[in-house]
Design a protein around this ligand. Structure first.
Ligand SMILES: CC(=O)N[C@H]1[C@@H](OP(=O)(O)OP(=O)(O)OC[C@H]2O[C@@H](n3ccc(=O)[nH]c3=O)[C@H](O)[C@@H]2O)O[C@H](CO)[C@H](O)[C@@H]1O
Length: 433
């Protein structure tokens, strides 16, 4: 394994926390860390020594290196140029702070785990509208648990992305290199009832950072004209609901931005159907109210929160008449974001580029039910009912472009997706609350 060290050229802001008898430091000036005694320590030297120690410790033992990392987080509250990323090497000489909007949500929180494990610094913002928090001034429960899983710190702000002055403050305070934009409403049904909320929420604000990884959806393809769906499949045609349209609009805005301003870079990740949970069973999907999506509904039936599953449509032209989708494990999806960050941070990457994140394999509703029964040992009661308006028969990806360009493939199969979902649901029957 190759480990590259940070050259820390971009270190210019370090805010250190009060730490007992040690020197309390506060820093406003660039390139220097000012102590209370007005002593100036050259950050470059400090960080070079610090990185060197980390490197040596890492060579000896990964666990000790993690402990060292924890101490680092305790000593310095915010470090705008952390260690180099062990797995992707992309942090070399760069500010490596990622702003994650919607960080408390399902995809957001799982991606934050992978970011922290890869030694990125994470600033998460969320308006807590779709995640549980015991106190609005505190981190959502999902992120507290992410800190437990990773033993790392997340800087969190309760900010609504529609509030541009609050958002500005975050961008001014931190030297953010890339934004991963998850903050969005995601219920297809609700989007038809409250379209304005979707247009307001799901269309992003830029705020000066010109490198964006966007969470898009297979829904931009509308009714498939061919299968499997490749990135060159037409988008926007047959997007029948506002949810799908917002994803399509943002992609179009992104394309225009990247064409007009060559310094803009945007990767749009077109998710197929994210399911599953962190293998620890500590975090997972916790929809508020009645789940709209298949997997959380099944798992709530298994745990006894719902009586039976309604299978929407049994007369589709599919293997057993029920809808076929390309389900992808949430961890695979989260890792896809790391690969996208590596790609976007390369100087050779320019413009707008979409990638499919899927397994390339479709499963019918009844096949998923069967796999879940096997994983959980529970009988899933179901009733075949009418088709759900707006649903399509079959949708699955060709994810070979992501393999070629991002060096990414989905590794976890349907059994693992069901096993991890069940671990999360059975350990947390009522979700995070
Ligand atoms: C093709 C498409 O637009 N896919 C998007 C859509 O997924 P889907 O609408 O495909 O996801 P879903 O989990 O709601 O449905 C998956 C399958 O399960 C069926 N089903 C679902 C729930 C239920 O109670 N009973 C039942 O039978 C449904 O008819 C479909 O055949 O929304 C997701 C948001 O989470 C993603 O953005 C997907 O990319």
């Amino acid at each position: 394994m190759k480990i590259l060290l940070n050259s820390c050229e971009n270190v210019d802001t370090v805010i250190a926390r009060e730490c007992g008898p040690r020197i309390r430091t506060s820093c406003k000036s660039s390139n220097y860390l000012t102590t209370r005694a007005d002593k100036k320590i050259d950050n470059h030297a400090l960080f070079s020594i610090h990185n060197y120690i980390y490197y040596c410790v890492y060579l000896l033992c990964d666990h000790t290196a993690r402990l060292f990392d924890k101490v680092r987080w305790w000593f310095f509250e915010e470090i705008e140029s952390p260690m180099s990323c062990k797995s992707c090497k992309c942090a070399v000489g760069k500010s490596n702070v990622i702003l994650v909007t919607g960080g408390g949500g399902y995809v957001g929180s799982h991606t934050v785990v992978e970011l922290l494990n890869a030694n990125y610094s994470v600033i998460a913002i969320d308006n807590l509208s779709n995640c549980f928090s015991s106190d609005k001034h505190e981190k959502p429960e999902s992120l507290k648990r992410v800190e437990k899983i990773t033993s790392k710190n997340i800087i969190f702000y309760n900010v609504d992305i529609r509030n541009s002055s609050d958002l500005d403050k975050v961008f001014k305070k931190h030297k953010i290199s890339t934004v991963i934009h998850f903050a969005a409403l995601k219920s297809v049904g609700e989007s038809t009832q409250k379209p304005l909320a979707y247009y307001e929420n799901n269309v992003m604000h830029a705020n000066g950072v010109k490198s964006l990884v966007y969470s898009s959806s297979a829904t931009v393809y509308g009714i498939p004209q061919f299968l499997p769906l490749t990135e060159s499949h037409p988008t926007g045609q047959g997007c029948t609901n506002p949810y799908g349209k917002t994803k399509y609009f943002v992609e179009e805005i992104g394309k225009d931005l990247c064409t007009a301003y060559p310094d803009w870079k945007l990767i749009s990740l077109r998710y197929f159907n994210p399911v599953g949970a962190h293998p620890s069973g500590i975090i997972g999907e916790d929809p508020s109210g009645i789940p709209n999506n298949l997997m959380p509904y099944i798992s709530q039936v298994a745990v006894g929160r719902r009586d039976f599953l309604r299978v929407f449509g049994s007369d589709y032209d599919t293997v057993d008449g029920t809808g076929v989708r390309d389900y992808i494990h949430i961890i695979d999806l989260a890792v896809g974001h790391l690969r996208a960050l590596e790609k976007i941070s390369k100087p050779t990457f320019t413009g707008f580029q979409p990638y499919n994140l899927g397994t390339g394999r479709g499963y019918s509703v009844l096949e998923v039910v069967k796999a879940f029964e096997k994983a959980s040992g529970k009988k899933i009661e179901y009733k075949l009912v009418e088709r759900r308006p707006g649903d399509i028969a079959t949708c699955y990806s060709d994810a070979s472009f992501a393999k070629e360009e991002l060096n990414w493939v989905a590794e976890k199969d349907i059994d693992e997706m069901c096993k991890d979902t069940w671990k999360w649901q059975s350990n947390n029957p009522n979700g995070f609350s």
